[in-house]
Write a protein that binds this ligand. Sequence first.
Ligand code: 6GU
Length: 224
Amino acid sequence: MTIDIISVVPDLLNGPFSHSIMKRAQDKGLLQVNVINLRAYTTYARAQVDDYPFGGGAGMVMMIEPLVNAVEDLQKNKIYDDIIFLTPDGETFHQKMANALSLKNNLLMICGHYKGVDQRFRDHFVTKEISIGDYVLSGGELAAAVLTDAIGRLIPGVLNDETSALSDSFQDNLLAPPVYTRPEVYRSWRVPEVLMSGNHRLIEEWRHEQSISRTAARRPDLLD
Ligand code: 6GU
């Protein structure tokens, strides 16, 4: 799978994919992440990519021209399954969207900045608009990193048995149960007895109960 990301601050995306599971996914050839600098596609002076809003008002608007130049140049090499615009007014990202997107071959993500992008770009090029939550970030880069991580780790072969996605929180609309490791006793705090019992059926039952009570306490909305 390839994920191409168009950004005006490409350096923001240098770190997130160079470590841990995202690095392994790329080293294994299962995921390819390319960050594209939007400023390389402007025809305006001083690499300008934004301008004042028609009708007035605060903030700048990303111009359609550099964005279309970039998208159409990238489209010479591949067909995108989705062109995703990261924006706080998009649909809120959740695990099921990550699952669905992990089955695609080529994704293009556009990181919004300033007061947004010219609506004509959204109307004619964007196929999905996604937000990562009800708060405002300075730009879409961190959101693109969040999506790429959530999607990338679901690509078959990226996770091994120990990191399997099947037991993640949200995968079955339940939060994950608590986990423990050595030592068995620390400052008199003991690991729950059942986990030391060796009885796998009891352990699974306990974990499922813990998942349900945790979800009921923290995220009752998930149980509806
Ligand atoms: Cl995708 N972009 C920005 N700028 N802010 C956000 C967001 C995206 N999702 C939540 N807040």
